[in-house]
Write a protein that binds this ligand. Sequence first.
Ligand code: FES
Length: 290
Amino acid sequence: MSLELTKRIANSVPWVDDVAKRAQPPVQRFLRSRPGLHNLLDGKWLGVPLHPALTDVPVGAWTSAVTLDLVGVLTGSETADKAADGALAVGIAGALPAAVTGTADWRDLIGEERRIASVHALLNVAGLALNVTSLAQRSRGNRGAGRALSAAAFAISGTAAHLGGELSFGLGVRVNHTFADARPSEFVAVADEADLDGLDFKTVTVEGTSVLLTRSQSGELCAIANTCSHLGGPLGDGARDGDTVACPWHGSRFDVCSGAVIEGPAVFAQPRYEVRANAGKIELRAATAE
Ligand code: FES
């Protein structure tokens, strides 16, 4: 399925966007007022987004269930049937944390990314509902109906998973937006020392990459990538709090000297640069040790 087809599917249900626009603000308010919770769900503690890792549980378990169902049909094996039921239950249990972390990822999306993510979520809900019904049918002894429902759920959940992949690989959602930043190995002059006033932020460009230049409260020259690793916001337009900067788009906070993530939704640290003053100029190069 191409990215264009994915967009056509999402655009065929425009009402999803209207629902999402109304649903996002309360989710944003709820999570922004609970930094510990959203840092957990975003994956800040893991250093990578948590949602993609958790989706492996239902995707893998439901793939196993369908495979074992097929083995059961072909061999009549009761062991395979029981294993299929178990895999189905594991997938259902794993779908809940995947859905919660997915909702956290969805909260800051706009435009077609939000539309595709919303359709992705709706398809996952439909797949989950069919799998729950399948498990209920199996528990009542209706194995044929249970298998058919699981197969239908697998097709729907597989389509949803594909949309999730397109969001990341095609549209860069939850991809580190600083991975292509310039990393000069030699010092490059970027500004006059006199241009950096107190604790102000100054944005400079190095080999096409925007870099945020400032001083720490102790007077150390500091520089980190200016493009937010979350979704590309301009950190130089953000607010300073101590030695941290808050992204103006979704509030991720970074240490202005180390680039470390202090608060999500970002999970990837900002690349940092070594900075020195030399003959009235400020020079920087990529930091050798991260
Ligand atoms: S772009 Fe989302 S927090 Fe910076």
